[in-house]
Design a protein around this ligand. Structure first.
Ligand SMILES: [Fe+2]
Ligand SMILES: [Fe+2]
Length: 309
């Protein structure tokens, strides 16, 4: 039972209602459709969010019924991107945070499944079109890097939750500031640099938000040579999760088209990151490069419009 209408497409391209919202669609209905050569049903564009929420709620059983890794990855990616939209609109809503937790576990299961599953998940990053996908990209890249680093499932779970929420402080900044094209004033730049602190302030006193989540939010713009923000920490004072998040956040920003810059490819991004010696933790960056070697197609990106750092 879905809470949106399902349509059939006629030969002339018009649509006809097949089942209204909140009516049952059974296995028998499905077989009848297939017998009649119908392989696709359609939803109205306005119901897209309801459809993705439906996917998220039924994620486990839907994924169980799928064999193709790319299909699974696309569904996880869509559900996660929609979730981030909801989180940015209401970051402290406990239900949203529970959804974050369960989506991280689903993503983690896919990343840990095997090389094919991991590569499919990394390839899903290319289907990138919405404002909230940066958080999802960073999470997938970070989980893949954490796996490469040999982190335990529990560590990966905590790292992933932090990564999905790493930019949540931006929900407290105005869209005009975040999307302002051209040069920022010093005050505007300082305001944006507050987002790690704003994010921690938001979630610090919320139940079930663990320490490592806050560490990732606070430290993802710190740099090992002390040139980062908000605290200008040196390598020794940056948590390993902070080092991981700095690398995947910078990589996704470089390989993403935004209002400030065109996207560069994987190799150019890595070259740039290697050229700023000791800005990123060298050992962690080396493992990241090894991980990316898994999939030559990773990061053949589609353009997108938003700012993401
Ligand atoms: Fe950030
Ligand atoms: Fe970011």
């Amino acid at each position: 039972v879905a809470d949106f209408d399902l349509f059939l497409k006629n030969r002339d391209g018009s649509y006809v209602l097949y089942r209204g919202a909140n009516t049952t669609l059974t296995e028998a209905h499905k077989l009848t459709l297939l017998d009649n050569g119908v392989e696709l049903l359609f939803i109205s564009r306005e119901d897209r969010n309801k459809y993705i929420r439906y996917l998220e709620i039924h994620l486990e059983s839907i994924l169980d019924g799928l064999i193709v890794h790319a299909e699974k990855s696309t569904i996880i990616y869509q559900a996660a991107s929609q979730l981030m939209y909801d989180v940015f609109n209401d970051p402290t809503e406990p239900e949203n945070l529970e959804r974050v937790d369960s989506l991280v576990l689903t993503t983690l299961a896919q990343v840990m499944g095997g090389e094919d599953e991991l590569v499919a998940m990394l390839d899903a990053l290319a289907y990138d079109y919405s404002t909230y996908t940066h958080s999802v990209n960073v999470t997938i890249l970070g989980l893949a890097l954490g796996k490469q680093l040999g982190y335990s499932p529990d560590e990966l779970h905590r790292l992933g939750t932090g990564l999905l929420l790493h930019d949540v402080g931006k929900s407290q900044l105005s869209q005009d500031l975040l999307f302002k094209p051209g040069k920022l004033t010093d005050e505007e730049r300082d305001a944006i640099k507050q987002h790690p602190i704003l994010g921690c302030d938001l979630l610090r006193n919320v139940d079930n938000v663990n320490y490592e989540t806050l560490v990732v939010i606070m430290q993802h713009h710190e740099r090992c040579d002390g040139s980062g923000y908000p605290h200008g920490l040196n390598s020794d004072d940056i948590h390993p999760f902070g080092k991981v998040s700095a690398i995947v956040d910078a990589f996704d920003t470089l390989t993403t088209k935004c209002v400030f810059q065109d996207a560069v490819d994987t190799y150019a991004a890595i070259r740039t990151m290697l050229s700023v010696t000791n800005t990123f933790c060298p050992e962690t960056l080396r493992e990241f490069i090894l991980m990316l070697n898994l999939s030559e197609n990773v990061r053949k990106r589609q353009p997108r419009e938003d700012r993401s750092a």
